[in-house]
Design a binder for this molecule. Structure first.
Ligand code: SAM
Length: 278
């Protein structure tokens, strides 16, 4: 009989946030798979738990994943933890969950700390509809494409960012969405110096260009306001037009269909398509 893979969220700052169920799961597991065993060892020492640890992180996940699956199939129970917060959310785990599910192993997620949701809830931004965008790429081209694809996004957007990249990211967000767009910068959540700065992208870019920030940040950016529909998702439109042309449509028909699918004016899509060489 196979064991179970438990996803165990850990505190994002305040150690008091570990739940009774998480603690019990760590105690009862046969082994713990950890993003960084040194970080997890500190938590286990704090909790007074002694347990066998294996590392599971970005660069060993392929072969370690196979070993973990084999052990669970043989009947062992594994608790997966990342350095902080919910495993598999911008953290290692996504692949292991898929691998286990494919192998017929039960995967059980324990609810708990997640920086994205903690930040969203205190941001003061609309929480009814939101999208999680994780980290922006460091590569200029894919970063630009990512932001371009979000220009017409109406939902509140959640970004993770490292402090040393914050100033550049705020400038890029301001350039993509405009200086007036509201943002909440949620810093050091659940820690001693927790802070939420509710401002605009223009002000935030200025503020953090002058004073380099400290600590960890989640950025909660308001979605595009009503009436900003004319903001054309250029990359989406250009991509769709070339896709349809590749499928055999004439440029004229590809433009017509793209305009219909994306609910955009035909002449605007035509202008975008002309910029994009076939
Ligand atoms: N899986 C984790 C989660 O669900 O919270 C997120 C891991 S991701 C590698 C780390 C990012 O989460 C940081 O760069 C920062 O954007 C955000 N973060 C983590 N802890 C935070 C905290 N205490 N305050 C603000 N942001 C935090």
């Amino acid at each position: 009989m196979p064991g179970t893979l438990y996803l165990v969220p850990t505190p994002i700052g305040n150690l008091g946030d570990i739940s009774i169920r998480c603690r019990e799961t760590l105690e009862n597991a046969d082994f713990i798979a950890a993003e960084d065993t040194r970080v997890t060892l500190k938590l286990l020492n704090h909790l007074g738990i002694k347990k066998s640890l294996v590392s599971y992180y970005e660069h060993n996940k392929t072969f370690k994943g196979d070993q973990i699956v084999e052990r669970i199939l043989a009947g062992e129970t594994c608790a997966l933890v990342s350095d902080a917060g919910s495993p598999a959310i911008s953290d290692p785990g996504e692949d292991l969950v898929r691998q286990c599910a494919q192998a017929g192993i039960t995967v059980c997620a324990i609810p708990g700390p997640c920086a994205a949701i903690t930040a969203l809830s205190i941001s003061g931004q609309a929480t009814g509809r939101f999208c999680f965008e994780g980290f922006l790429s460091t590569a200029k081209k894919s970063r630009r494409e990512h932001l371009e694809s979000l220009k017409a996004e109406r939902r509140t957007m959640i970004f993770y960012e490292a402090p040393h990249k914050l100033a550049a990211t705020l400038e890029d967000l301001r350039d993509a969405f405009g200086a007036e767009r509201p943002i909440s910068l949620c810093r050091e959540l659940t820690k001693l110096h927790e802070e939420v700065v509710r401002t605009t992208l223009g002000e935030a870019a200025k503020r953090y260009a002058e004073t380099p920030p400290r600590g960890e940040f989640v950025l909660i950016v308001a979605g595009a306001p009503e009436g900003e529909k004319e903001t054309i998702p250029e990359t989406d439109a250009a991509l769709r037009v070339s896709q349809l042309i590749a499928e055999g449509l004439s440029r004229k028909d590809a433009v017509k269909q793209t305009a219909k699918e994306l609910d955009l004016p035909k002449n605007a899509v035509y202008t975008i398509a002309l910029k994009d060489p076939e």
